[in-house]
Write a protein of this length. Structure first.
Length: 121
């Protein structure tokens, strides 16, 4: 059965990897922040296009590696105060599945603890 929709822009993960490397090199040269949207634009698609490629077994690892590189840079910039915290939170929630989560633990009865031993290696 033939695939529906428009033809694939990239026929191999290797071909896409070349464009992904160009994107990161360009960002490094311009000292620009890596973004999924910027990567998608460079690849001549939208964010959904990246998701569609990542759902293909032959492109999965290529996309995963690129997304992880963007995420690693985001964490680095946020940790060093070089990235707006609100933007970092927005990016993490919208591109990486992070969520605000509050867990409420049930109250426990007090127990009699005589000693606690903690070892560090």
């Amino acid at each position: 059965m033939a695939e529906r929709g428009r033809p694939m822009k990239y026929n191999s993960a290797e071909e896409m990897q070349i464009k992904i490397d160009e994107y990161f090199d360009d960002c490094d040269t311009r000292e620009a922040v890596y973004t999924i949207e910027g990567l998608a634009y460079w690849l001549d698609m939208d964010r959904k296009g990246i998701t569609n490629y990542s759902n293909r077994e032959d492109f999965f690892l290529t996309i995963k590696k690129a997304r992880n590189r963007v995420l690693a840079r985001l964490h680095e910039l946020a940790a060093t105060g070089k990235y707006n915290p609100a933007m970092a939170i927005f990016n993490l929630k919208n591109n990486y599945g992070y969520v605000d989560k509050v867990e409420v633990a049930p109250e426990k009865e007090e127990t009699n603890v005589k000693s606690i031993s903690i070892e560090y290696h």
